[in-house]
Design a protein around this ligand. Sequence first.
Ligand code: PAF
Length: 285
Amino acid sequence: MRETARLVELRSLVQGWRQRHERVALVPTMGHLHEGHRALIREARQRADRVVVSIFVNPMQFDDPKDLEHYPRTLATDRDILVRDNVDLLFSPTVESIYPQGPGLSTRVHVTGLDGILEGKYRPGHFEGVATIVCKLFNLVQPDDAVFGEKDYQQLLILRRMVADLDIPVRIHAAPIVREADGLAMSSRNGRLPENDRRRAVAPYKALLRAEDLLKQGKSINAIERAGTDALEHAGLKVDYFAIRRADDLGNAQVNDTAVVILVAAWLGNVRLIDCLPVYLNANR
Ligand code: PAF
């Protein structure tokens, strides 16, 4: 595996592949890699001849300085995983090289509408930071394909909208959520869950499954959202949202919608868990 933190070297390596007509896929990450990331890399490998993984803890997308400070940085173990997974290039730039003027002074990408709801409401500025760094990574790497996890469902829709609106020639692919044996969605932040709270961390997934059942039984959207919130509060979590939305644009779901997604964000102590479940419904239910 090649590895660089330098923008110029990254460009020249990728250019060499492109001159040989090799297809390039990018998997953007913030490191602390787990099975979820490995699934993204496998998906990228299926799409392209060359796989680039970026590891960059992007200060612009953190709305809470403490979260940024405590975000796990594990480059040495990440590198081992990437070598084992036959990644071609690890790009791990410094904050100074990505934001020479500082993150506060950069041009920003703002995906209007989609970035102010759900996660965007609770994490102001977060999606602007995500869209900006991903746009920069696309410009630096110029990949043919990029892979993102479905766990960050709203992020995925925002990035799809960004490439469509800005005519960025990158195909975005989604990889399904990878879960622990009990159903907890894998996340780099799960390591922060205290041992005694770990069992309760499965509550959001259980609430999603229950909501899916109720949707299929034809119960009302409001009643299902209320039941999901109540179940989580009962399990001792503090709920930011438990929402059923249209799968393609996160607009409010209606009874006759056939493709919806159930999204949840809730705090277990000081760890914020997010999860989601796309659901396809029969039009004649
Ligand atoms: O999903 C993530 O890990 C990050 O939001 C991303 C896409 C790598 C941008 O920093």
